[in-house]
Design a protein around this ligand. Structure first.
Ligand code: GLP
Length: 637
């Protein structure tokens, strides 16, 4: 391996705010722009190589992250006649053991996501083989390394990043000179894959992966990351120490490595989180609030007790000079935070609303709560839904995707066994039901891991989620006639990590919105990974709203974003905080517990809401039991 430290980094001059970053990090508005830029780079390399009559050797990755990049390559092939005949590829990794026809094998993933749509010759494609016998693994891994070398080494290696900070499957502990080998998968990595494999027990325990050393030998490396879920690990890799605890941090040692990330994945970088530490900033209201919250947390002091020295000694002298003294600034920010708190999420009728998050009129409001799947709504805003109902608003719950992919087989089995028990072995009246249950149980037992669930099983899974949703809504005071199951097609036709919006879904949501004409809309998914269910539901709704933007009623509608799978809103982004009393929190928990098929996520909600209340208390506001929070969303801005 060449000595990378001796080579000058091609980063050029960094802006002041990028100086804490040890890897060149390009932040794009979204994954679309980022993957277009990467595809153009591939194209340029391909042309350059063609001039020298050499093939381009590309290292490829799997997972949700590279999906938009592969879509762009396919588009280039189809629409701009780009040929990939002159490309050789090496994939990073593969589960072990796994057969090549397993629907979750990376072999299948690559065929479906890229290879079968472009003109790359089959012989040019290399993916570690997860089906070989254990005795052959070592030799095969060595052969993989040799094949890379024989092809002339990797020109450009594309990477994603796992939640443990791994690249390929180089779990924590992988050394910087590791080579292609068999590795035991980390517990977190297996949990992340459990949904794809329909249960943790089905996830292979091992994987074959190129080593960190293999990856570092590539001449150019681009790591992509999208969505808030990746923000924390991206920041550790880019700004933290080089360590085998986060294998992506080894990329700091590479002279031509870059991160291509979207705004959401950049949100934990210092330049976004505390830009004032890196240099001069322009103090917007939101940034000022962010800085004061940060200082209050850092010094463990309520906002109103911060003094000028606190600002001066913690890199915020510019802020206190511009907007101080501390006393004035503290009061302003304290009031801002206080004005986010409301027990009237639908607006308080007959009250002065100049300092309230939601307008008083019209009253009552027609409220539409959009939930990507059943559960998200109750999880994030069960208390708020109950408030809205009890304050007389007309609340409608809209479940965009059925959620049938997220139901463990055990739940269906339980349901079918109850059906069998009701039918009894001999009852004539229930003969049909018994046969149906017997048939589906056989189907369930005979399921192979190479196929998705059959349609009848998926339907039952969907029905179970509907029932859970109805029960949960009833606890919160919403009757079934106010519930809409949209069963969006992108979800029914797609699969995890590969969803994309369907035009028919947009039409469906347009129709629903026109029928409802709500005054207030709650939604989520804006900062989620672009291939996730949440983001696609958000996007479908956004596209529908764009089509309706001339409608008068829409101009008067207010929008509130909530978070589910992403990290909770940072305090300075909160525009509405709805406190819950202990009784309201237990009611919400009772609603959440109706979602039996989602039991693993139940407790997180309670912790989150209590944690938020502690934070408000810490800032020096009233001490509540729990708080649900929302961010205002201004349409088309
Ligand atoms: C797996 C793959 C990695 C990938 C990671 C992240 O562990 N072996 O190569 O980067 O998942 O996956 P995703 O892009 O779906 O977040």
């Amino acid at each position: 391996m060449r000595n990378m430290k001796d080579q000058a980094k091609p980063h050029g001059r960094r802006s002041e705010e990028e100086q804490l970053e040890k890897i060149k990090t390009c932040v794009f508005p979204s994954s679309v722009e980022a993957t277009k830029a990467l595809a153009q780079e591939v194209l340029a390399l391909l042309r350059e190589k063609e001039k020298d009559s050499k093939p381009l050797v590309l290292g490829l990755a799997t997972g949700s992250t590279p999906v938009p990049f592969y879509r762009e390559l396919i588009r280039l092939h189809r629409e701009e006649s780009v040929s990939f005949k002159n490309m050789i590829t090496f994939n990073l990794d593969e589960y072990y053991p796994i057969s090549r026809d397993h629907r979750e094998s990376y072999y299948q993933f690559m065929q479906n996501q890229l290879f079968k749509h472009i003109d790359i010759p089959a012989d040019n494609v290399h993916i570690p083989d997860g089906s070989m016998g254990r005795e052959q693994v070592f030799a095969d891994c060595q052969a993989y390394e040799e094949a890379i070398e024989k092809a002339g080494g990797i020109d450009l290696q594309v990477l994603g990043i796992g939640n443990t900070g791994h690249i390929g499957f180089n779990e924590p502990g992988s050394s910087c000179d590791s080579v292609t080998r068999l590795i035991t998968l980390d517990r977190i990595t297996r949990q992340d894959a459990a949904r794809d494999f329909l249960g943790l027990e089905n996830v292979p325990s091992f994987a074959l992966t190129m080593g960190v050393g293999t990856i570092l030998r590539a001449r150019r490396i681009v790591l992509m990351a999208w969505g808030e879920k990746k923000a924390a690990i991206v920041a550790r890799a880019v700004e933290g120490p080089v360590s085998d605890v986060v294998s992506a941090s080894f990329l700091q040692e590479h002279p031509h490595a870059s991160f291509y990330i979207d705004e959401a994945a950049a949100s934990e970088l210092s330049r976004k989180k505390f830009p004032w530490l890196a240099g001069s900033v322009s103090w917007t209201p939101s940034l000022s609030r962010c800085a004061v919250n940060w200082l209050s947390t850092r010094l463990e002091k309520p906002v109103l007790k911060l003094v000028d020295e606190d600002y001066n000694e913690n890199g915020l002298s510019e802020l206190v000079t511009e907007q101080g003294p501390a006393y004035t600034l503290n009061i302003r920010i304290f009031n801002e935070i206080q004005h986010t708190i409301t027990g009237w999420p639908g607006g308080k009728p007959e009250a002065d609303d100049s300092n309230r998050p939601e307008r008083a009129l019209p009253y009552p409001k027609k409220v539409a709560v959009f939930s990507p799947e059943p559960f998200a709504d109750v999880f994030a805003m069960g208390g708020t839904i109950n408030r809205l109902v009890s304050q007389g608003h007309d609340v409608h719950l809209i479940y965009q995707a059925s959620g049938n992919l997220g139901v463990p087989d055990g739940e269906v089995e339980k349901f079918l066994r109850v059906l069998q028990d009701i039918a009894g072995p001999n009852s004539k009246d229930w003969e049909k039901q018994r046969e149906f249950a017997d048939h589906l149980l056989r189907m369930l037992k005979g399921k192979t891991q190479t196929e998705p669930d059959s349609q009848p099983i998926r339907e039952i899974k969907g029905l179970l989620r509907r029932e859970e949703a109805r029960e949960a809504a009833l606890v919160l005071g919403i009757v079934p006639t106010r519930i809409y199951f949209q069963d969006l097609l992108f979800y029914e036709k797609g699969r995890y990590r590969q969803f994309r919006p369907e035009p028919a879904d947009v039409d469906k949501i347009v129709k629903l919105l026109v029928d409802l004409q709500p005054h207030q809309i709650y939604l989520t998914g804006k900062v989620a990974d672009p291939s996730s269910v949440e983001y696609n539901c958000f996007r479908v709704l956004e596209l529908a709203l764009e089509l309706l933007k001339k409608e008068d009623w829409l101009g008067k509608c207010s929008f509130w974003l909530y978070r589910v799978h992403e990290k909770e809103l940072e305090p300075h982004k909160i525009d509405m905080a709805v406190p819950l009393s202990p009784d309201q929190l237990s009611l919400k928990m009772r609603a959440i517990h109706q979602h039996q098929s989602q039991s693993t996520q139940v407790l997180i909600s309670e912790d989150r809401n209590r944690e938020m209340a502690r934070l408000y208390d810490h800032f020096g506001l009233a001490e509540y039991e729990a708080i649900e929070v929302f961010q205002r969303w201004r349409l088309f801005q």
